[in-house]
Ligand binder design. Structure first.
Ligand SMILES: NC(=O)c1ccc[n+]([C@@H]2O[C@H](COP(=O)([O-])OP(=O)(O)OC[C@H]3O[C@@H](n4cnc5c(N)ncnc54)[C@H](O)[C@@H]3O)[C@@H](O)[C@H]2O)c1
Length: 252
């Protein structure tokens, strides 16, 4: 297969199932000719992945709640590939109570957990990926515009996404000298496992669809295509950016 990612190796973190945004990214990236490495959170997710990922995809365990685990994952990837060209971080988590009870009721532990998994993990991933990232190299994360607007029921996740987007800008500045770019895609709402944790998620999805320019939700494959572009040398002029891939929802 030949494409604009020919000869590149991309690490994709956060495929849980075929609905995952990271899976849309994986398919788009494979289409453009890259070798992929998928990281998974635990054995349960690994079993799910083994049912549908291509046989030549490498699977590496990486629970981002543990720095040592992130370090080992990138060391393992480095031993096999020596160098990688990009990392996609498509990971977020908040416990059910934190997600459903309104920001004003967020406990200190719930706040810490959401920030830890959804925002701090990008910093740790960037740190441990950096030694094996090529120049030019690319890091990408996934965000949502609940970071800048008070979207009903998005609650604590909006606060974590605001921290994530700020981290994108500071990491881009830190890593720029090494030729590593850091960007985020602000994706429109799509029905994935993560979204079903949000209270009244079907209303959020319906509302979001009705606010697109053509009343059709963005797809994970449309998000994946932009991710492939951001992993490629076609985007070497972009860093520290939040790129909307939401079919215009943020315009209105
Ligand atoms: N679905 C949407 O509408 C939407 C919109 C904008 C942004 N996003 C963001 O896209 C990203 C991917 O989410 P998704 O919607 O594809 O849902 P998803 O449930 O398919 O993916 C979330 C992933 O996070 C992983 N994860 C959670 N805790 C982890 C940990 N401790 N270690 C390693 N991995 C962990 C899960 O295993 C899962 O693979 C998230 O950052 C989400 O906030 C989603």
């Amino acid at each position: 297969m030949s494409g604009f990612l020919d000869g590149k190796t991309i690490v994709i973190m956060g495929v849980a199932n075929k609905r995952s945004i990271a899976w849309g990214c994986t398919q788009a990236i494979l289409k453009q000719g890259a070798q992929i490495v998928l990281t998974y959170q635990n054995d349960r997710i690994k079993k799910s992945l083994e049912r549908f990922v291509p046989e030549n995809a490498d699977l590496v365990e990486c629970d981002v709640s543990d720095d040592e685990n992130i370090k080992q994952a990138f060391e393992k990837i480095g031993e096999k590939y020596h160098q990688i060209d990009g990392v996609i971080h498509a990971i977020a988590y908040a416990d059910k109570e934190t997600l459903t009870s309104g920001l004003v009721n967020t406990s200190r532990d719930g706040y810490d957990l959401a920030q830890n998994i959804s925002a701090y993990s990008l910093i740790a991933v960037s740190r441990y990926a950096q030694p094996i990232l090529s120049n030019p190299g690319s890091i990408l994360t996934l965000t949502y515009f609940g970071s800048t607007r008070a979207i009903p029921n998005y609650n604590m996740m909006g606060v974590a996404k605001a921290a994530l987007e700020s981290s994108v800008r500071y990491l881009a500045s830190d890593l720029g000298e090494k030729g590593i770019r850091v960007n985020a895609i602000s994706a429109g709402a799509v029905k994935t496992l993560a979204v079903t944790g949000i209270k009244h998620h079907s209303e959020l999805l319906k509302e979001s669809e009705s606010r697109t320019v053509d009343q059709k939700s963005v797809t994970t494959s449309e998000i994946g295509n932009v991710a492939a572009f951001l992993m490629s040398d076609l985007s070497t002029g972009m860093t520290g950016d939040i790129v909307y891939v939401d079919k215009g929802v943020h315009l209105i």
